[in-house]
Design a protein around this ligand. Structure first.
Ligand code: WTA
Length: 652
């Protein structure tokens, strides 16, 4: 844990503190510090109290059934997530309130009131039924950031068909693997989406994926870019607009069991095969409803914008389900922050009068690099609260965000959580918590987290270790789809009865938590998880490659960048063209987010005597550090040669 301790040293010098602004604190949704004690004393009563704010067709019999490591929440309860996100708001003044404000990258935009969204969701839910979708069928969604994406998700939730959303940046092969893993019956896509002025050919990727997906019967296609009119396969493909034509605007919400699956979301773990994280209905909704309300301090007139892509968990929980369950106005933007110019985010804030902005540190660091002139062009005075998620935020970026975007007025909530946790778990409450730049501060009320050493013993204040969760929480993953053994092995076997997060963490004298990044073989690139194994399997799939090792190298903007060390076949001559080709190959196999920034050819990789690649040493080389402990290496000359060669090549 040598790297962890050097990061701790840097963070220990960070001692600025930001108490909640008094005006903010006075009006805050969570303004009673007693919430922490109350929730700690009886977490089940706390969550049950929150659950009562939602609509249940049938109340639960038992709040929590905990058969470690398998949890069930609100056992026996019946509810529907789509009903809670839509119908629940139709009787009062929220009926005509903006539920979704959407802006496309080319500048087109559209506002859906709760009434509108309900109508469109019902029509599409009926369309799905008429295409043969039944309760329990898995539906894959591969869409750009357009309104049809949340509409499709809510329609699936309405009829009880779990969705599996795949980020639009993933390749045909990634789509295929995800479809086949959950054997989905239908896929919803678009002809294309706009990104930095270009069209992403989604339908083409889907067609390629579907060459080997025996379970898919139908493809619903949204016409967004007009670029796939010649790609429609009769009998299999149907336009979205044709599917909803003539469908009724009423569709009863299916009463779902609290533990019925709401969705699956694939994420990278420590092996090459992405895991299908399973989220269920009742506990998940209670978790995202409660955290949206308290962490983002949601008030009736807020305009809340989370800049994530719905292809990731942040978009699921904090663009769609959490905000809509609260009856909030949620903003959604299709494209990149630099199109047509680098002030696009600030133009969106200005245009819609956003009051809350939730984004990732990698975006903030990019804005820092571009300079203050871009936010200065726009009126950001409506903002009152800022948030970050996805990776550790360095104090400099935090301060820049606070000063230049929040104009010294807006609390910054640094929220730690994971695809697996479903909901924010470590975070400030903006009206109560004194902020320290770089710290996600404390567990949310009702959540118990700790930092432990290699033996699972809690560390003393001021020490670093591994972040663990000590009790079940409502939105926790229930299992890995089709693989409960992997669920146990991955999260619950390192320490008995503790959920292992895979993150390093420091606890300071005040009990604040400082997240330090992954301690396993997961690379966090621009707040997206990629496993070293995934990149390696993509590389060895190439005919020129014998063996490959990939690592995350610290990167000023992206947090980490993928770097690969590759051993070529004897018959292959190393060249720069081959590097380009290999990068392209990884993009094809996984998607552009996994593309290595650098590829380095080496005759041998450093390995232990049992043949395990020592990625830790490769990271030392890539980051130009002193090489760590090499005593377990089978052949220590390998690392010396590598270091010298790497030095020569990167200097040149
Ligand atoms: C990292 C994203 C530090 C962490 C919601 C975690 C963070 C992984 C933070 C999960 C934060 C997320 N500070 N690190 N505020 N938020 N992480 O599944 O390493 O895409 O394990 O979920 O992101 O990434 P995932």
């Amino acid at each position: 844990m040598a790297e962890v301790s050097s990061t701790i040293d840097a963070l220990l010098h960070e001692n600025r503190e930001f108490p909640p602004p008094p005006d903010f604190a006075r009006e805050a949704v969570a303004n009673d510090p007693g919430i922490y004690d109350r929730a700690a004393k009886d977490p089940e009563a706390f969550w049950a109290g929150m659950a009562k704010e939602l609509h249940w067709f049938k109340p639960w019999d038992k709040v929590l059934q905990w058969d470690p490591p398998f949890a069930q929440w609100f056992v026996g309860g019946k509810l529907n997530v789509s009903y809670n996100c839509l119908d629940r708001h139709l009787d009062g003044p929220r009926r005509n309130k903006a539920a979704l404000i959407w802006e496309g990258e080319p500048g087109d935009w559209k506002v859906y009131t709760y009434w509108d969204l309900h109508r469109e969701v019902c029509r599409f839910a009926n369309a799905l039924k008429s295409l043969g979708v039944e309760k329990g069928d898995r539906i894959t969604i591969y869409l750009p950031m357009i309104p049809e994406l949340p509409i499709a998700m809510l329609a699936c939730a309405r009829i009880g068909a779990p969705h599996s959303v795949i980020f639009g940046g993933f390749s045909a092969e990634s789509i295929r693997g995800r479809i086949n893993d959950c054997e989905s019956k239908l896929i919803i896509t678009a002809d294309g989406g706009y990104r930095r002025g270009n069209v992403v050919p989604l339908k083409r990727n889907v067609d390629e994926a579907l060459e080997e997906t025996p379970t898919i019967e139908k493809v619903v296609v949204v016409r967004r870019t007009g670029t796939a009119d010649d790609l429609m396969q009769s009998g299999r493909d149907i336009w979205w607009h044709d599917a909803v034509e003539g469908q009724s605007a009423k569709c009863d919400a299916e009463p779902m069991d609290s533990e019925d699956m709401l969705y699956l979301l694939y994420t990278s773990g420590t092996t090459g095969k992405p895991k299908g994280i399973v989220h269920t209905t009742g506990g998940y909704l209670v978790g995202v409803y409660t955290t949206s309300k308290y962490v983002f301090d949601l008030k009736e007139d807020d305009v809340y914008w989370c800049t994530a892509d719905i292809g990731w968990v942040t978009g699921h929980s904090y663009i769609v389900y959490g905000p809509l369950a609260n009856g909030a106005t949620s903003v959604m933007y299709e494209g990149t922050p630099d199109h047509p110019d680098r002030d696009r985010f600030w133009a969106v804030v200005e245009k819609y009068g956003c009051t809350i902005l939730y984004t990732a540190p990698t975006a903030i660091r990019t804005f820092m690099k571009w300079g203050e002139e871009y936010p200065e062009r726009r009126d950001l005075s409506t903002l009152r609260l800022l948030g970050t998620v996805g990776e550790p935020i360095n104090p400099e970026a935090w301060i820049w965000y606070w000063q230049n975007i929040g104009q010294g007025r807006c609390p910054v909530v640094d929220t730690w959580w994971q695809t697996e946790t479903g909901m924010i778990l470590v975070t400030p409450l903006p009206g109560l918590t004194t902020l320290k730049p770089g710290s996600a501060t404390k567990p949310f009320p009702g959540i118990t987290a700790d930092v432990v050493d290699e033996n699972g013993i809690p560390v003393a204040p001021g020490q670093g270790g591994l972040l663990v969760l000590t009790k079940p929480w409502p939105a926790m993953l229930r299992t890995i789809y089709g693989d409960p053994d992997r669920y146990i092995e991955q999260y619950w076997s390192r320490f008995p009865n503790l959920y292992f997060t895979g993150d390093g963490c420091k606890k300071d004298q005040d009990g604040y938590l400082w997240l330090l990044g992954r301690v396993d073989d997961v690379i966090n690139v621009a707040a997206h998880r990629i496993s070293t194994m995934e990149v390696e399997s993509a590389l060895v799939d190439h005919h020129a490659v014998v063996e490959a090792a990939s690592i995350g190298r610290s990167d000023d903007i992206k947090g980490q960048a993928v770097v690969a060390f590759v051993t070529l076949k004897d018959t292959v001559t190393p060249s720069d063209e081959l590097k380009v080709e290999l990068k392209k190959h990884v993009t094809q196999k996984i998607g552009a987010i996994a593309r290595p920034d650098d590829i380095f050819f080496t005759a041998e990789l450093p390995k232990t005597r049992s043949g395990k690649i020592m990625r830790r040493l490769l990271r030392d080389i890539a980051e130009g550090r002193a090489i760590g402990d090499t005593t377990t290496l089978a052949d220590s000359s390998v690392i010396q040669t590598l270091k010298e060669k790497y030095g020569e090549e990167t200097e040149g």
